[in-house]
Ligand binder design. Sequence first.
Ligand SMILES: C[S@@+](CC[C@H](N)C(=O)[O-])C[C@H]1O[C@@H](n2cnc3c(N)ncnc32)[C@H](O)[C@@H]1O
Length: 320
Amino acid sequence: MKLLAYLLYIPLQIVWLPLSLLGVILVGLGQVGVSRRLGVSWTAVEVLNARWTMDVFGLRRDKAARRLAGHIPNDSTFGLWLFCLPLWLTRWVCRTPFLYPVVSPPERTGVAGMVVMRTLAIDDAIAHSLEGAEQFVFLGAGLDTRAYGPLLNRDLAIYELDRPADLALKREGLKAAGIDVARVRYVEVDFADPNWLDALRAAGYDQTRKTIFLWEGVTLYLTTRQVRDTLEAIRAHMAPTSVVIADFYATRTLEWGSKATAGYMEKSGEGLRFGIDFSADPEARLQSFLRESKLRLAGCTLLGGADKRGPLLAIAELTP
Ligand SMILES: C[S@@+](CC[C@H](N)C(=O)[O-])C[C@H]1O[C@@H](n2cnc3c(N)ncnc32)[C@H](O)[C@@H]1O
């Protein structure tokens, strides 16, 4: 079936190439150009697009991601379709996962599949922790749509935290997409401000209740001090049963990201700052970093760990 998929995909992609390139341009103009004009995160769109693709290809259901992508000014679902069509048709005809998006063993994950596998691993980590949870806090929520999908049926108080412009853009997009936002409380924060947790408490967060904190795809944009301070602040205001799910990136992943975007990340205000050298004994290195914040590493998934340079990232489940 794989051979058939290649035999179909290669000529199809060659013929379609100009339209695929047009798709890349349309998506890029929105993601980078419009995000810059509006002063919002462009990396948040990158993650949304990965989840849009996973839904369209039947890898992970996320109707809200699909709808939201069509209603924010810094994305183009038309462009995404133009780019993806040869892959989608190949998958549809051959009925087999092919090239992208695909599920790979965690240790074999490469940079192309990093966001896909991270999303799936974090879905699993959330599912493990949901029992008894009463609150869910998205730290740097970006365009994550979990709050408008599977979590809706849970009796949870949901908080989405991000910077003001990013929250405003998301709320407008959700409204335009007709997605019910009644259950979610939006809290403006900046993790550079050591008092960011005051805003969460003012919004109703109760530190005596079991809470899931999700910090996905954010630590890499902060300084080491900001990551430590944020974790310490959470540690000081969390119930003993609460859990923080967070991802931490290898320094080699940051170096790759800077090179792949030719330094654009720094210029766009989303420079890559905090990474950990995971080249040897990654779990021990992560534990040593976490010691200061007094959080315990209760679970750890390493993506890309089969590479001799060490994993690309670690997804950690942290408890007090
Ligand atoms: C790559 S996106 C990830 C979004 C989301 N967690 C997800 O997985 O879809 C990074 C997010 O972190 C937010 N962020 C970055 N630095 C921040 C800061 N200092 N304070 C608050 N949010 C921040 C950005 O606005 C953006 O929404």
